[in-house]
Write a protein that binds this ligand. Structure first.
Ligand code: ADP
Ligand code: ZN
Ligand code: ZN
Length: 747
């Protein structure tokens, strides 16, 4: 056996792999990830290295290969575990080891050892609350947030105030000067009460919540480690359930990773964890510098913090002994990496948990098709929370408005009569409205305003995308068509590119409801640091009557005064060229509906659509997940999409169209011969691998690089992995290797 070894995991060196022979007596001890001692260079000085791969045949002259001297560290460390994960990412998703290591290991960067600092309140809770009100009246949003939070909990880490609440030193100083708060370093001040014994942060669990927690705890104590799905409607108290599970695992002396999509990682969410677990909690987010992130990981490694909250990358927190991984909103697309290795955090979490004997708990109000399928098949445990946790809080009433009918009645505005009326009512009563568009608007597909049909590819059942206003392209099979001037379904001439931007909606809203105060939230208004938080807080403070936005407004904050949610055109996300568009639409609508009437005030939801009969919309309006799931599964089965089938996209890109053409032809041939071999090895007893393409990528040319995609479908994942490996190997040895980039993506 031979081991591929990297000498140093500092960044520049990971691409250089050295091969050593493993002496037979060390074979059982040395695995991927093991830290070893090796003789290095001409002097054969012993150096430390990490095993990143094992192979049975040497890539070099055997006589020149040296022996591994011994294992440097016995047993598993966080570091070796993460290297194993990197190896798995590379194998499973197809990437270089370098890319995989960069994904799991934080940038090693010396940062000045900073002392943890805390902001402590000096006034009584009542006076602090009063001060918060005054700050709010003066529109000091960040100060108000801080004081409100301090009214509930006596201290807050400076990092949370700075990173999550957007406080600056400039806004903290006046409060210190007035004697409201103090900024203290850890050595000066450490409040032992905060840890685990917070003021009133614990709630009495309801029977559904208790059943989930107790079952989890019983199984955990029995040594069972597995994956479970907490499927609970919005506001059903999933976070409370997670916190009880976390407490149980912390009590065993182990650590916990909590994944939350960045978009939902607001200070409100983070504070709930702080209130319960105090300074054992730390966070990372994408706005942190690599140095700050590294710092957080060091604190986790040393045992200083025991709960790490963060987006996808928090999964790779180097805790010594993680016992639980929580993944909130597991259906979120942000959990899938869009750069190589294109891993899904849900799958990586399950793999990582297997390595360290941890459990995984996923949570969602609208579980992904993948997760719910696993739960139904009994592979994962299922906990249902069917009721909202807060008393007097009810699900909102939902109605669907048929926009085709509005047009027939002569209403050409984007607001239906029903929505207009409901909005006027809210303005009169001083209540708030959220207007929701489920996509940032571009005219990107063609639909009929009379019958509501979007023009689709006859072979793929996905919507054709409009290119330059005249050509329709299918992004799945590459077929093209001229944009029709009449609807192919009903012949109506009212057919047009569809999509309206948030900015335009803002203008229309102001015109339609003069005097109303309108806030808009989209990529443009939130691009500056903290913009997202500022807009949501302003709206929560009641500084506007209407908030317009994309899916960003669906997450995070509680808005007790919002009693109306209007979805302007639910179809927008329905006709995107993605087999998951029905699922996305259902999720977005359900989450949007969950925003209305979270408190005592009754909520109302108006969904405007050109497809009032589409099951994604009907089921979302009826808050009927099961029925949606059944119908969506029929579609996935019929067209062989995940989770019924596995789908691998092989993407090739090159500056030369000729080389690209050659490459995708080769890729297809390798895939075909690989499929033949697999079939032969199984005695012909496997279903044929379905291949689609190669076709042009949705955007064929980007920065003068051309891109093509080949799709492979099969029910068996392992078979697709074999084909992936065959294509990977082939492309490495191909004459075009240095000029065509190949990327693999499992959907
Ligand atoms: P989810 O994460 O499922 O949307 P949350 O955990 O945020 O739900 O709970 C929604 C609201 O209900 C929160 O304000 C929370 O404090 C409250 N809550 C949760 N569980 C209970 C309970 N057992 N009793 C009273 N209030 C609860
Ligand atoms: Zn039509
Ligand atoms: Zn097609």
């Amino acid at each position: 056996m031979y081991a591929n070894i990297i000498i140093d995991i500092s960044h520049e060196m990971v691409d250089r792999v050295f091969q050593y022979r493993i002496p037979p007596e060390l074979e059982t001890e040395i695995q991927v990830g093991t830290q070893v001692n090796i003789p290095f260079g001409a002097g054969n000085h012993l150096r430390r290295g990490y095993v990143v791969g094992l192979t049975e045949k040497a890539d070099f002259d055997i006589k020149k290969i040296k022996d591994v001297a011994g294992a440097a560290v016995h047993g598993v460390t966080a570091q070796t575990r993460l290297i194993q994960v990197a190896w798995w990412l590379k194998e499973r998703y197809g990437s270089t080891m370098n890319q995989a290591l960069k994904t799991v290991l934080p940038v090693k960067q010396k940062v000045k050892q900073k002392e943890a600092r805390y902001i402590r309140r000096l006034l009584s809770p009542e006076d602090t609350r009063k001060a918060a009100k005054e700050a709010g009246a003066k529109h000091y949003g960040a100060r108000e947030r801080l004081l409100r939070a301090l009214a509930d909990t006596p201290e807050i880490p400076y990092e949370v105030a700075a990173n999550q609440m957007n406080l600056t030193m400039a806004s903290i100083k006046p409060m210190i000067a007035k004697g409201m708060i103090a900024l203290e370093s850890e050595t000066v001040f450490r409040n032992p009460v905060v840890c685990g014994e917070p003021a009133g942060a614990k709630v009495e669990l309801n029977p559904e919540q208790r059943a989930a927690v107790e079952d989890f705890a019983r199984r955990y104590d029995a040594g069972i480690r597995d994956t479970s799905l907490v499927f609970g409607v919005t506001g059903s108290g999933k976070t409370e359930v997670y916190m009880e599970m976390i407490a149980h695992v912390l009590n065993k002396g182990r650590q916990v990773i909590v994944l939350i999509p960045e978009i939902a990682l607001t200070y409100q969410t983070v504070l709930r964890f702080y209130k319960r677990f105090g300074s054992q909690v730390s966070i990372i987010n994408s706005r942190m510098s690599p140095g700050e992130r590294y710092d957080q990981f060091e604190r986790a490694k040393s045992g200083e913090v025991r709960i790490m909250i963060g987006p996808r990358s928090a999964l790779f927190t180097p805790f010594p002994d993680p016992g639980l991984i929580i993944m909130d909103e597991e259906h979120e697309t942000a959990y899938k990496s869009e750069t190589s290795p294109r891993y899904h955090a849900r799958e990586a979490a399950v793999y990582l948990a297997g390595l360290c004997r941890a459990s995984v708990v996923l949570g969602s109000a609208t579980p992904s098709m993948e997760a719910y399928t696993k739960a139904l098949e009994g592979q994962w445990r299922l906990y249902r929370l069917r009721q909202r946790a807060k008393k007097d809080s009810h699900m909102a009433g939902v109605s669907i408005v048929d926009l085709r009918e509005e047009l027939r009645q002569g209403n050409k505005s984007v607001f239906s009569r029903k929505l207009t009326e409901a909005m006027e009512q809210r303005l009169e009563q001083g209540q708030q409205t959220m207007l929701f568009m489920n996509r940032r608007g571009y005219a990107s597909f063609v639909s009929c305003r009379s019958c509501g049909e979007a023009v689709k590819c006859p072979h793929c059942d996905v919507t054709l995308t409009l290119h330059f206003g005249q050509k329709l392209v299918c992004h799945y099979c590459g077929r093209e068509a001229k944009a029709p001037d009449r609807c192919p379904q009903c012949g109506s001439p009212y057919i047009a590119g569809f999509g309206t931007g948030t900015q335009k909606i803002e203008e229309m809203t102001k015109k339609m409801f003069p005097g109303s105060r309108v806030l808009r939230m989209d990529m443009d208004t939130t691009s500056k640091k903290g913009g997202h938080e500022e807009i949501l807080s302003a709206f929560a403070r009641g500084e506007a009557d209407i908030l317009i936005g994309t899916q960003m407004i669906v997450k995070g904050h509680d808005f007790p005064k919002v009693t109306l949610v209007g979805v302007l055109a639910a179809d927008m996300s329905l006709y995107t060229p993605d087999f998951r568009c029905g699922e996305r639409t259902f999720q977005l609508l359900t989450q949007a509906a969950g925003r209305a009437g979270r408190d005592q005030l009754a909520g109302e939801v108006v969904i405007q659509t050109y497809s009032p009969d589409h099951y994604s919309i009907v089921c979302a309006a009826g808050q009927d997940y099961e029925s949606f799931y059944r119908q969506e599964m029929v579609y996935r089965n019929m067209l062989r999409y995940p989770p019924a089938f596995q789908l691998l996209a092989v993407m090739a890109s090159s500056g030369s169209e000729d080389l690209l053409e050659q490459a995708v032809k080769d890729l297809r041939l390798w895939a075909e011969s690989g499929a033949k071999d697999v079939s032969a090895a199984a005695g012909g007893d496997v279903r044929q691998v379905e291949m689609i393409g190669p076709a042009q990528a949705p955007v064929y040319k980007v920065n003068d690089i051309y891109r093509k995609i080949l799709y492979l479908k099969h029910e068996n994942y392992d078979i697709l992995i074999k084909l992936k490996n065959r294509m990977d190997l082939g492309s490495r040895q191909a004459p075009w290797h240095s000029r065509v980039m190949i990327q693999f993506d499992f959907a």
